[in-house]
Write a protein that binds this ligand. Structure first.
Ligand code: GDP
Length: 298
């Protein structure tokens, strides 16, 4: 399947172009490293990960006795792939029935779309899925999730204007009673101003554990790959509040600032279960460090 890698490359081409440009006619000198630094920073790799990568690269260049810029380019791809590799992890279901997956993310990140895609992915693996519409604050969110449930022909627990924690509790119980393999809980991305989002999400997490003491088994954060360093800030904030087990990074087919994955790997290494490379049901891919590094390099 070459399609998604192509889309990823298209999305990351800006970064790829500036990294490639740094190598044109280049000697292996300070100018090369400076240009690479600039390209990495522009891709939102962040200061820490950029410093780490360039030091790592200098080491690799020395130990390989590289003399050509083209060799250095390959070594940088290796360095990026090695940095990202700890983020590779497969989402495992089946250890608990149902596996309860709570999904968080700020509005617009692509949360609902990702839940639709994830439902399709799990259904393809013959897992039965129940959706929980726990974003009860926005009528539109509920309606959108109903559409995705319909498209995937899966059941959904939802209650107009209900309490998000109560809906989640009911959904986990329904999942148990109906023998579902997975319960996917869609949560709010923004609340009416007087309520605190993190408190609401923590409450859902607590109440879900009352329906099943081992749940939730996964707490995923969906982040928009275009938001650059802000994505890292979101990862930190949600992780501190909820204890994240995995990430879904969306919109990497767009004008993505893919370097943020390096920043996440360096500063808050939470597994990236999936990446989003489009708006359609099938545009969800498992994250592979080597392929991603290659796409990033152009
Ligand atoms: P939510 O508010 O977090 O639930 O976000 P939505 O799921 O409604 O998505 C917001 C917008 O981003 C929609 O227009 C989606 O079609 C779009 N979107 C979501 N994921 C992707 C992706 O991987 N690639 C692209 N190009 N668009 C996406």
């Amino acid at each position: 399947r070459s399609g998604w890698l192509g889309k990823l490359k298209m999305g990351l081409r800006k970064t790829g172009n500036s990294i490639t440009a740094a190598f044109v006619n280049a000697q292996i000198d300070d100018t090369l490293y400076e240009e690479l630094e600039e390209a990495l920073l522009m891709a939102d790799t962040g200061v820490k990960a950029t410093e780490f990568l360039l030091e790592d690269l200098r080491r690799r260049v020395r130990s390989n006795m590289a003399t050509e810029a083209s060799q250095v380019k390959l070594l940088l791809a290796d360095a990026i792939a090695d940095l990202l590799r700890p983020l590779e992890k497969e989402l495992v279901i089946g250890e608990h029935t149902p596996t309860v997956i709570m999904v968080a993310g700020v509005n617009g990140a692509g949360k609902t779309t990702s839940i639709g895609k994830l439902t399709k992915h799990l259904s393809n693996e013959s897992a039965s899925v129940l959706l929980a519409a726990a974003d009860t604050f926005r009528a539109a969110a509920r309606e959108q999730l109903l559409v995705w449930a319909d498209r995937n022909t899966v059941e959904i627990v939802s209650q107009e204007g209900g309490d998000p924690a109560a809906v989640s509790f009911d959904a986990v119980n329904a999942g148990k009673a109906r023998g579902k393999d997975v319960v996917l809980v869609d949560t709010a991305g923004r609340l009416p101003t007087q309520l605190h989002l993190m408190d609401e999400l923590k409450k859902i997490k607590r109440v879900v554990a009352r329906a099943d003491a081992t749940a939730p088994h996964e707490v995923l954060l969906v982040i928009d790959g275009n938001t650059g360093q802000n994505a890292l800030a979101q990862v930190k904030a949600f992780d501190e509040a909820l204890g994240l087990t995995g990430l879904v990074i969306t919109k990497l087919d767009g004008t993505a600032k893919g370097g943020v994955l390096c920043a996440i790997a360096r500063e808050r290494p939470i597994p990236v279960y999936f990446i989003g490379v489009g708006e359609k049901l099938e545009d969800l891919e498992t994250f592979k460090a080597r392929e991603f590094a290659q796409a990033l390099m152009g």
